[in-house]
Write a protein that binds this ligand. Structure first.
Ligand SMILES: [Zn+2]
Ligand SMILES: [Zn+2]
Length: 141
């Protein structure tokens, strides 16, 4: 299922319209991966004005289309698992890069097992690793 169809389903399902701006913001997030609000606003340039981007992101967060990835005091924005394949992140403390870690079935099972042993039903989870990427490790040593 492509981004556009997915977005239509999410918006229609909650009684919202597909607008050109909403499609542009969603497509941009799908193309770029995790971005800061500033990067998103800049990359959309003249296509969508700043206030509109803010409004759309606020709506997308409300509808669970976008989620925030915390990085220190700040955060980046990313499409939720409804749009992109489930994965985790590793944040480099030096260069601030976010590395996308592929899904690991053993890890997913461990999460489920831990939760169910506490009679907890998981609907969503985020795992964020913090440390140093391979490039920065070279510079540190
Ligand atoms: Zn790094
Ligand atoms: Zn996971």
């Amino acid at each position: 299922m492509n981004v556009r169809d997915n977005l239509r389903r999410e918006l229609k399902g909650s009684g919202h319209n597909m607008t050109t701006s909403r499609v542009l913001v969603c497509q941009k997030l799908a193309d770029t991966g995790p971005v800061t609000m500033r990067e998103l606003v800049e990359s959309l340039g003249k296509e969508v004005d700043r206030a509109t981007v803010y409004r759309i992101i606020s709506l997308f967060e409300e509808l669970g289309i976008v989620r925030r990835i915390p990085i220190g005091w700040k955060h980046k924005l990313e499409l939720s698992d409804k749009f992109i394949h489930h994965h985790h992140h590793a944040h480099c403390l030096t260069c601030r890069n976010i590395i996308t870690l592929p899904e690991d079935s053993q890890l997913e099972l461990a999460v489920e097992r831990t939760a169910s042993s506490h009679h907890f039903k998981v609907t969503d989870h985020h795992i964020e690793l913090h440390g140093y990427c391979s490039e920065c490790q070279k510079k540190l040593s």
